[in-house]
Design a protein around this ligand. Structure first.
Ligand SMILES: *Cc1c(COP(=O)(O)O)cnc(C)c1O
Length: 404
């Protein structure tokens, strides 16, 4: 047997040891311009790439990390990802991946009921989950139009474009949610997309609208996991949707690429999304062809933490966002965009001229920026349970000091 394909404890231990190593600054990777004729060997590759790959990446679990929707991931998910990479199962083929298929079914059976859905499948992200859901809306409900708010994720317009559906964007209200007074009366040919936690502001669209259109899809990429927490009521009404998208690589702390598309009537939706093929023992459902055992990392995390462990981490994140909100709302130099609903705090200095120097002074990875109706705002996202919110508040305070 070619030993490159065998378990190499020494090499793998070394890879793990390097993960704990501190690399000062990413070294410029000195990579060959052309594909090398001769390989350097796997062991040498670890040393060659560690400073760049491990040293060059933002550490999402660091105390200052509070800028984006990308969370740190638990070590159990790394272990499962390693197993997955070594086994390379393909969920297309039940014969080679019987247990992996069962694991995906199990994860769906555990999570779907929190959303009033009865099943679905995993996708590499909510971009694909949204496309898949709108594909079933088109073929199950005969919709010709997609309606979403100006605050919706770009993947909704992208999906409408791919599917040949027209796209109507409804303005947002002062809190970033869909302004329902501007919605057309006739929704009988429409897929209505409601966002649960918009990417920019974390706003939740009015869920009273769920069920009013020929198809209702909830894009819960970010805030969906709140359903497992004491904040579940914030997404009340989601069970009236026909489909839901959730990115597990956001608030379920999973390595990319892990997401779910859920359906209220999975049998019907999957029938519309199924294609058979001579070499396939079961039909191919959804957008993907070959599909890996991503579910094992999610299942392992859920098994390790339980609902309670997931909830506790998300609730802690919500608390961090609330502390930041309290600082912003009571500091007279600052303006809060709106009350944060789903762990996203959007704010800016009242003095517009301060925006640039505050941007430069804030620690890298602590804060992102967003543009709403042509205005610039700072944005903090509570995806990191280990964030030090007092340190962040102190750094915002320092950044606001007038330059001398
Ligand atoms: C992140 C996000 C998406 C896209 O999800 P990916 O997992 O990045 O493909 C869609 N909608 C919303 C609201 C998001 O925040």
């Amino acid at each position: 047997m070619d030993t490159e394909f065998a378990v190499n404890p020494e090499g793998l231990h070394k890879a793990i040891d390097l993960m704990g190593h501190h690399f000062d600054k990413p070294e410029v990777l000195n990579l060959p311009v052309q594909l090398p004729e001769l390989g350097m060997g796997s062991d040498a590759v670890l040393n060659a790439l560690a400073p760049g790959i491990l040293g060059g990446a933002a550490r999402l679990g660091e105390a200052s990390s509070f800028a984006h929707m990308d969370p740190p991931t638990p070590w159990i998910s790394w272990a499962m990802t390693l197993w997955n990479a070594s086994l390379n199962q393909n969920l297309l083929h039940p014969a080679t991946a019987p247990v992996a298929r069962q694991m995906e079914q199990q994860v769906l059976a555990w999570l779907a009921p929190f959303f009033g859905m009865n099943g679905g499948h995993m996708t590499p992200g909510s971009t694909v989950a949204n496309l898949t859901a709108l594909w079933s809306a088109r073929d199950c409900a005969g919709v010709t139009q997609v309606i979403a708010s100006d605050g919706a994720h770009l993947s909704i317009a992208k999906a409408a474009h791919i599917l040949g559906l027209s796209y109507l964007s409804v303005p947002i209200d002062a809190h970033g949610a869909m302004d329902q007074t501007l919605l057309p009366d006739d929704l009988s040919k429409s897929a209505l997309v409601l966002t649960a936690g918009s990417t920019s502001t974390g706003a939740i669209d009015p869920f009273v609208l769920a069920g009013r259109a020929a198809w209702t899809h909830v894009d819960a990429a970010w805030a969906g996991p709140l359903r497992l927490s004491k904040h579940a009521h914030l997404l009340g009404g989601i069970e009236s949707a026909d489909s839901v998208a959730i990115s597990a690589h956001k608030w379920l702390f999973q390595p990319k690429e892990s997401a779910l598309v859920l359906f209220r009537d999975t049998e019907k939706a999957h029938a519309a999304l199924s294609f058979g093929g001579a070499y396939l023992a079961t039909p191919n459902i959804g957008v993907l062809g070959s599909h890996g055992a991503t579910a094992t990392a999610l299942l392992a995390t859920l098994l390790a933490w339980g609902r309670e462990g997931v909830a506790q981490r998300i609730e802690h994140c919500m608390g961090l966002a609330h502390s930041l909100r309290n600082f912003i709302a009571t500091d007279e130099r600052l303006e809060l965009y709106a009350e944060p609903q789903t762990g996203i705090v959007v704010w800016r200095p009242k003095n517009e001229n301060a925006f640039d120097y505050v941007t430069q002074r804030l620690p890298v990875g602590s804060t992102s920026t967003t543009s709403i109706l042509g205005k610039r705002w700072f944005r903090n996202v509570a995806a990191n349970p280990s964030a030090d919110i007092n340190a962040l508040i102190a750094s915002i305070d320092r950044a606001l000091a007038e330059p001398v």
